[in-house]
Ligand binder design. Structure first.
Ligand SMILES: Nc1ncnc2c1ncn2[C@@H]1O[C@H](COP(=O)(O)OP(=O)(O)OP(=O)(O)O)[C@@H](O)[C@H]1O
Length: 224
């Protein structure tokens, strides 16, 4: 089991973003949280990352209770760039950001992990550049490197196609397939049907209804 959300209610202000929300997903898949603006996709990512507390409910990642054991859960969960909660420090370089993350996760041999990520994402030329001066693809890849540096089982990405060209989106998609082949679970948010349709499973937000790609019929489910 990659994750389980049990009877989750998230309140923002006076309203509920999610109410009595339940979700169970198995490991090793690419999963889309698909829904329109304001349907709670980012809130769910933050919840899974342990960065948002629900008013009610429990969250388990790899059988770790995220609310009761956030430190252990954090080692299993890598979060990419989220506009509302961006882990990238804009005035620091790629290398400095990765080093910061490696130290925050208390990884042994942080330099080795930083070098590995820079090599894997072919960020050698950009390593000393400030992240706010990177082209969009390299910025997204730096966010993915930040998410992956602790070798988590679950990788969370908020609209990874955002700001990217079609060709760049294909490059990111290949990277996601590689993560899947390594046994990782990838959860991404999207507002785009064509992105969701490429994923193994689609979670319709805010209902939490899960449909596998093979069962998907957009005509009947697009308003689920
Ligand atoms: N910190 C906050 N305080 C108050 N309301 C919030 C907060 N964060 C999110 N919301 C509200 O909660 C609802 C869900 O927001 P969320 O960002 O999770 O949706 P989303 O599906 O990711 O939307 P988008 O596709 O635009 O990113 C929205 O109505 C939003 O305005």
């Amino acid at each position: 089991m990659a994750l389980r959300c049990q009877d989750i209610t998230i309140k923002h202000g006076r309203g509920n973003v999610l109410a009595n929300f339940n979700l169970e997903l198995s490991a090793g898949q690419i999963i889309a949280l698909y829904g329109s603006t304001g349907s709670g996709k980012t809130s769910l990512l933050l919840l899974l990352a342990g960065l948002l507390k629900p008013s009610v409910g429990e969250v388990f990642v790899e059988d770790i209770n995220v609310l009761k054991d956030p430190r252990r859960a954090r080692l299993q969960t890598g979060l990419g760039v989220i506009p509302e909660f961006n882990p990238l420090l804009s005035h620091l370089s790629v290398e400095e950001n990765l080093t910061f993350q490696a130290r925050a996760l208390k990884l042994a041999y942080p330099k080795d992990h930083v070098c590995e990520m820079i090599q894997n994402f072919r960020l050698e030329k950009e390593a000393k550049r400030r992240v706010d001066r990177l082209p969009a693809l390299k910025y997204t890849e730096t966010g993915m490197a930040m998410a992956l540096i602790g070798n988590p089982a679950l990788v969370l990405l908020d609209e990874p196609e955002y700001h990217l060209t079609t060709e760049e989106t294909v490059i990111i998609w290949k990277r996601l397939q590689t993560l899947k082949s390594l046994g990782k679970t990838v959860i991404l948010t999207t507002r785009h049907q064509e992105v969701a349709a490429q994923c193994d499973q689609v979670v319709f937000m805010p209902s939490g209804k899960v449909v596998s790609r093979h069962e998907l019929s957009w005509n009947s489910y697009s308003r689920a």
